[in-house]
Design a protein around this ligand. Sequence first.
Ligand SMILES: NC(=O)c1ccc[n+]([C@@H]2O[C@H](COP(=O)([O-])OP(=O)(O)OC[C@H]3O[C@@H](n4cnc5c(N)ncnc54)[C@H](O)[C@@H]3O)[C@@H](O)[C@H]2O)c1
Length: 388
Amino acid sequence: MSESVRVKLGERGYDVVVGPGALAELGARTRGSVGDGAGRAFVVIDAGVPESGVTAATGSLKAAGFELRTHAFDPTERIKSIDTATRILEHLAATGQDRSEPVVALGGGIVGDVAGFVAATYRRGVPVIQCPTTLLAMVDASVGGKTGVNLELPGAKLLKNMVGSFHQPGCVVADVSVLNSLAPRHVRAGFAECIKHAMIAQSVSGVDLMGWLEANLDAALAGDPGVLSELVRRNVAIKADAVVADERETAPSTVGGRALLNLGHTFGHAIETLDGITPDASDPSLAPLHHGEAVGLGLIAAGACSRALGMVDDAWVARVRAVIDRVGLPTAVGGLPGDDELIERMGHDKKVRAGVLRLVLPEGEGRSRVVDDPDRAAVVAGLGAIRA
Ligand SMILES: NC(=O)c1ccc[n+]([C@@H]2O[C@H](COP(=O)([O-])OP(=O)(O)OC[C@H]3O[C@@H](n4cnc5c(N)ncnc54)[C@H](O)[C@@H]3O)[C@@H](O)[C@H]2O)c1
């Protein structure tokens, strides 16, 4: 049984369909979004999605009358590049895809970001349908229209999401049953974005998510489909509210806008792109960190930074840390470079404005706000909290 959350963006509004078995609705939902004129669809497939998920998606699209072209790739942050986007654009052009025909992204956040970027730019924009297959992509990446690729500068510095575009999907279909095959490490990474949402839920939507998360975490971690569906819907509703309030992240306001979704990300991006950092000191082969692991560490760093600024009490910081720990995400890592280098790396983050570091920091239960140019000592305290 699927249920929908509506992203109320007027003529760019769309449904996020969530539930076990929702992929069976993909064809009809895509047809409903793009209309009867489109004869073909181009499916960008994450090579990690099991055959059963691919068959469910492609079968549903074919049953709705779409002739399919497909392009699969194995996603990594280095493959999330202009080169990969170019190859897919060439494939689209070579098959003569026209402007009414949709691109369908079937995969995790990397495939969704690349396919969304391709759809945003091919012939100046064709429809995109997002089918997220990781928890992180379901609760976050597939909703809100941010698309993009990374840039790699000489010297191998990877700049995350440096090139991209806003391009809202025509529909999102999140089938929680495909999460059964997801590696536990990737499931844990998805919870980092849920905890982030719980830290902004009051500011954005006036709701409590942390209490629900704490009460339902064991069932969600055990893969209960009903609880997972509810988890995705509650998170999508918060993300949707932030997006509707501030679609292109331009709101000057320091409360409630889309910028709040960046909580934990400026700290996180500074460590996510470091080679050799492992989430488990006993296993160096797990390096580098996954996006969600870096975000989880970023949430802890943001909490400690906020505490050092006197913005938040110990109880909330401890509660956040406890839930991150319960999920099994790392709470500290070894091998981080010195504070100067990390702060310099934070300065490369897109959230930096006019050379001034801009952080989102927690203020208390479910509330966070933007802080410009935070005291360096507080930033160092934040970094200190995640050093093993
Ligand atoms: N656009 C946005 O608003 C937004 C928001 C948050 C994150 N992101 C981006 O999302 C990316 C991270 O996404 P992610 O965490 O989904 O990682 P990912 O895309 O790397 O996918 C994780 C792994 O899971 C595999 N996989 C995918 N679905 C599977 C399934 N059902 N079963 C088994 N394996 C499966 C993939 O092949 C990959 O190996 C980052 O690049 C991040 O920048 C974008």
